[in-house]
Ligand binder design. Structure first.
Ligand SMILES: Cc1ncc(COP(=O)(O)O)c(C=O)c1O
Length: 405
């Protein structure tokens, strides 16, 4: 039988871009005995969570929680708002955008899929041009992955919002924030996103198993007309029962305990500090990559992701063999290359429960791995990152220090 947690002494380094390391505070919260999901204590728990999620998504509207992985929340976004044969506009930014497109196809939607090079984000000018061309307003929704986890490229949501507005097109705007929410600045209400899709296992620092739709009034109105079949994913019943703090099915009680704690941790740190922490660790990682003389997959610095960095290995070097060696020698998991970039890139997840020394350990593991595998590189990647970490301010304050300040 498999022995769980059968790792060498010391913490396993889980540096894939999600699931991320789960903080002890959250592990302890998950550990509470399961309670009656129809009792008064559970109702208080749900109501506190639903309020706490609003600042995280930066919305005052409803956030629907599903006991599902992110894929479920993708499906919920589509089936609640669209009808068979509806046209939707999507962009090939990478593996996850491609998977979401495949789902839309399977559900009977008609997808305009704008090709991409897997190194760039969504071009706002292209969004505007496509919508302007669509005089009869046949396109019902624009679907964008905010942070493409397979490439480390972040699309600029405010620019896309402005492009939609300039075109005067009424399409819904749906954004996948599965690897950006609670790591990178994201504003559901201010950017007038209609459905925000999110998952538990990345910036929220929880295990996989919960996913979310933050929903605008316009999306709710669309859901009244939408005719794609839906039952389990139906927002209406969930939102209605949520008002009393309950769900129309047995919820994932212990994951909700964890979510309650995750919200507390994020709000104690302050979202602005959470984002600044991720920006700083991402910058330090990129300095390391340049110090090694390797190439960052993302082409445009304005689209660098703050939650992960995808790195190209030189021709003739297998990124998966490199990852295997790092796991075996240093007990660290790095993200694999997915889809079109499989075998060519590895990804460093620097999101979630993460601090300066977690980054130092991660980068040391990568640098040692490059040497062990004889990947041609320069020797000062870690040094560059350390200088930046030293010079750009230290550890963020503890919650108590921040409260006292
Ligand atoms: C951007 C993005 N979208 C969607 C998904 C799919 O989510 P899940 O694997 O939780 O179903 C992922 C998973 O990593 C992702 O990173």
């Amino acid at each position: 039988m498999l022995r769980l947690d059968d790792h060498p002494s010391g913490r396993h380094f889980l540096q894939i871009p999600g699931p991320t390391n789960v903080p002890d505070r959250i592990l302890r919260a998950l550990d509470h005995p399961t309670i009656d999901h129809r009792g008064p204590e559970f109702s208080r728990l749900t109501l506190e969570i639903l309020e706490g999620l609003k600042p995280i998504f930066q919305t005052s509207g409803p956030v629907v929680i599903f006991p599902a992985s992110g894929t479920g929340a993708w499906e919920a976004a589509l089936v609640n708002t669209l009808s068979p044969g509806d046209r939707v506009l999507m962009f090939e930014t990478g593996h996850f955008a491609t998977l979401w497109r495949k789902m839309a196809d399977k559900l009977g939607l008609s997808v305009d899929f704008v090709p991409g090079d897997w190194r760039s984000g969504v071009d706002a000018a292209e969004v505007e041009a496509r919508l302007r061309d669509d005089k009869p307003h046949a396109i019902k929704a624009v679907l964008v992955v905010h942070n493409e986890t397979s490439t480390g490229v972040t699309s600029r949501i405010p620019a896309i919002r402005q492009a939609i507005d300039r075109s005067g097109h009424p399409a819904l705007f749906m954004v996948d924030t599965i690897s950006s929410l609670a790591s990178m600045d994201y504003r559901h209400a201010e950017w007038r996103v209609d459905v925000t899709v999110a998952g538990s296992q990345k910036g929220l620092m929880l295990p996989p198993g919960l996913s979310f739709n933050a929903v605008s009034d316009k999306a709710l109105a669309a859901s009244k007309q939408a005719r794609l079949p839906r039952s389990y994913w139906n927002w209406d019943e969930i939102i209605s029962m949520n008002r009393q703090g309950y769900f129309p099915y047995t919820p994932a009680t212990n994951l909700l305990f964890g979510l309650h704690e995750a919200i507390a941790m994020l709000l104690e740190e302050g979202l602005a500090n959470v984002f600044a922490r991720h920006d700083r660790h991402a910058e330090a990682t990129r300095r390391a990559v340049r110090g090694w003389g390797l190439e960052i997959l993302c082409r445009d610095p304005a689209e660098y992701s703050s939650s992960l960095t995808a790195i190209l290995l030189p021709e003739g070097h297998d990124a998966d063999a490199f990852r295997r060696e790092v796991l075996q020698r240093f007990d660290m998991s790095l993200g694999t290359g997915l889809g079109r970039v499989a075998g060519r890139v590895f990804r460093i997840g620097h999101l979630g429960f993460f601090n300066d020394l977690t980054l130092c350990g991660t980068l040391c593991g990568v640098e040692m791995g490059l040497a062990v595998r004889d990947v041609p590189h320069k020797k000062n990647g870690v040094g560059e990152a350390l200088s930046y970490l030293r010079e750009s301010g230290g550890q963020t304050a503890t919650a108590a220090q921040r409260r006292a300040a």
